[in-house]
Design a protein around this ligand. Structure first.
Ligand SMILES: [Zn+2]
Length: 90
């Protein structure tokens, strides 16, 4: 019985932490973004590594040589950074 009580407390605490984290994320993204550009939620961008099209908002973005690149996954990003540039055409 005691164990159950502890378990309940732990679960309650975890739920509390998760909710707080979510709330923080929302307030952070709402406040710290400086002058957000016009949002383009439906724009598709192309991953230069695997040539997949992904929604811009879900893509991983890096800026290199003043140009923005978008990736479907961290794996592609790393591959790109390691020099998988053959496929990139400027
Ligand atoms: Zn990819």
């Amino acid at each position: 019985m005691f164990f159950r009580l502890i378990l309940g407390l732990v679960l309650g605490y975890v739920a509390y932490r998760v909710l707080r984290r979510l709330k923080e994320m929302f307030t952070l993204t709402g406040q710290t973004r400086q002058a957000p550009k016009v949002p383009e939620p439906d724009v598709l961008v192309q991953d230069p590594v695997c040539e997949t099209f992904i929604p811009r908002q879900e893509a991983l973005k890096i800026t290199k040589d003043g140009q923005e690149y978008f990736f479907c996954s961290e794996g592609c990003l790393k591959r790109f950074q390691r020099g998988g540039r053959e496929k990139v055409e400027k």
